[in-house]
Design a protein around this ligand. Structure first.
Ligand SMILES: Nc1ncnc2c1ncn2[C@@H]1O[C@H](COP(=O)(O)OP(=O)(O)OP(=O)(O)O)[C@@H](O)[C@H]1O
Ligand SMILES: [Mg+2]
Length: 256
């Protein structure tokens, strides 16, 4: 097992696809995200990228498998509201996911400095609903929608979905080879029994809306959208994001 300090020293001296570590953005339980810079000028992805590194002492084959899977799934998705993944790879010492660097912060941090006006917020969430509809159209579930996994891109003034660590294709989830994971508060109740489908993502998304759209500014349309999304029983929820989007559009139609 490599002591953590040694690993950081090693990482700092390492050049990954021409990028070298500039600063740590965030440290998690299984991985760390770094801001990296291309010291040789502009690389093919621009001069700054973000690199997520699996902690090298995480030698568990299942964890490695999940990490590579996460990168590959994210790499397959090409959407302006999904953090772009350029490559998934391995150096001598660790596995990494190389991504576009988002100037901004995740929604949890972002909201600590006050939230945008209701309508702007709702427009951003509507775009995110389209993004999830795109993903589901490609038969991919996110399975871990929560504020920490949604980034606010300051330059684009839009939300970008990230962290595909628990993502799965429609059929493959919960053959019990992968741990259930996720955060309790946003997790659809049925996921604990081993079932997960498009409606489970709708539940988590609904929980995020419920947290971020101030109660006192909601009209009946918005209240009923949230109410329907966070029903405990899946069959009472929206069946798809396109259904949910139609109702969201109805709000904008009524409030031009
Ligand atoms: N491409 C990026 N650009 C800028 N910041 C990022 C990027 N990717 C992630 N981050 C920051 O790092 C945080 C954690 O990233 P992520 O959610 O992918 O890790 P995680 O899978 O939750 O980590 P772990 O499972 O190890 O706890 C994000 O909330 C965000 O603040
Ligand atoms: Mg995360």
């Amino acid at each position: 097992m490599t002591p953590y300090r040694d690993y950081i020293v090693k990482l700092k001296s390492e050049v990954i696809e021409n990028y070298s570590v500039e600063e740590k953005i965030w440290q998690g339980a299984t991985s760390t995200v770094y801001k990296c810079i291309n010291k040789y000028g502009k690389g093919k992805h621009g001069s700054i990228v973000a690199i997520k590194v699996l902690h090298p002492y995480r030698k568990d084959p299942l964890q490695i498998k999940m990490f590579i899977r996460e990168g590959r799934i994210q790499q397959k998705l090409s959407h302006e509201n999904i953090v772009r993944t350029f490559s998934v790879g391995k150096t001598e010492d660790f596995y990494f996911i190389l991504m576009e660097y988002i100037r901004g912060s995740n929604l949890k941090v972002f909201s600590q400095n006050g939230i945008p006006p209701f309508r702007q917020l709702l427009e951003m969430f509507r775009d995110l609903a389209y993004t999830l509809s795109y993903m589901h159209g490609r038969k991919i579930l996110h399975n871990d929608i929560k504020p920490e996994n949604i980034m606010f891109d300051q330059a684009a003034k839009s939300l970008k979905l990230t962290d595909f660590g628990y993502a799965s294709t429609f059929q493959k989830w919960f053959n019990r080879k992968f741990p259930a994971g996720g955060t309790e508060k946003y997790m659809a109740p049925e996921r604990k029994t081993g079932i997960s489908d498009t409606r489970s993502d709708i539940y988590s998304f609904g929980m995020v809306l419920d947290e971020f759209l101030p109660q006192n500014e909601r009209d009946e349309i918005i209240s009923s959208i949230i109410h329907k999304a966070i029903q405990r029983e899946p069959h009472k929820r929206y069946a798809s994001f396109s259904e949910m989007i139609s109702d969201m559009k109805y709000y904008f139609y009524n409030k031009p």
